[in-house]
Ligand binder design. Sequence first.
Ligand code: 3HC
Length: 302
Amino acid sequence: MAIAKVGVVGCGLMGSGIAEICAKAGLSTIVREVSDEFLKKGQERINGSLAKAMKRAIEKEKKDPTMAQMEMAQSIGRLSYTTRLEDLKDCDLVVEAIIEDKGQKQDLYKQLDALCKPSTIFCSNTSNISITELGAVTRRADKFAGLHFFNPVPVMKLVEVIKGVLTSDATLGELKGFSEKVGKTAIVAKDTCGFVVNVLLVPYLFDAIRLVENGVASIRDIDTGMKLGCGYPMGPLELLDFVGIDTTYHISVNMFEEFKSDRYAAPPLLKKMHLAGLHGRKTGKGFYDYTDPANPVPMKLA
Ligand code: 3HC
């Protein structure tokens, strides 16, 4: 089966990026959000990102401006927006990127299972909820898998393809082909909490928080250390603010529950920041204060 029409459920940061890369790759893409307000926000984010990509193509890749504008208009033309889940019924692939809540995801999949054609493949962009457990509420566990993208989706080149216990080889094959079509390199992982990247990334981020807790170095110096010492594009504390302190805290709760290992135990400072609403860039304050977004200032964290 060739994937020609994609449904994206949830148009936040991840969903909008996923919808954008699908439309850019020539796929008819329908985006579903729960309200017109969220849909409008998502559409604005997608159009803003497409405009940024067009500007880059013209300025950096020296693409013909008329051609670049036409391609952007074509991408926009491939996108449609709805609040009705029924409008996704004839999609070949549905990618879900709603909040990381198992119950809400399972409710959604039950509805999609009743609506969509039997051949539709379902994928979750979850970073740590069991794919097998989500697929189990549908009658198509063989056509259910994980597709874990990275933020910002239009820029990061990786996607993790997650095989649930019952995911078929045919589904995996389709998803590898889809990943390539949308310009990503796929790595395949078993359905274990955190898959590959977060199993490695989360302990690293937590060690950086522990350095702050222990007063080993300043926030700025820890970030500078990893950027200049190891060539990372962002330091660990900048990355935590970028991913979200709340998101990282929820990931840690799930990973600790799964592995019962100190490696994934949330450092007390992470929990306190989460409770204090210091969620990073999205709330304007985290390890840095983003009052002036061009010049973030390290926070004084007691
Ligand atoms: N479409 C296409 N290209 C775009 C784009 C878009 N919408 N937006 C930006 N770009 C391009 C830019 O043109 C630029 O290209 P260039 O390198 O050829 O000049 C490049 O992307 C970088 O963009 P910017 O210059 O705007 O911004 P920065 O140089 O400051 O980089 C960043 C921003 C890409 C976010 C970089 O800091 C980075 O890579 N950070 C690390 C991000 C990361 O680690 N993400 C993974 C998080 S973990 C996760 O998501 C998993 C979850 O489960 C926790």
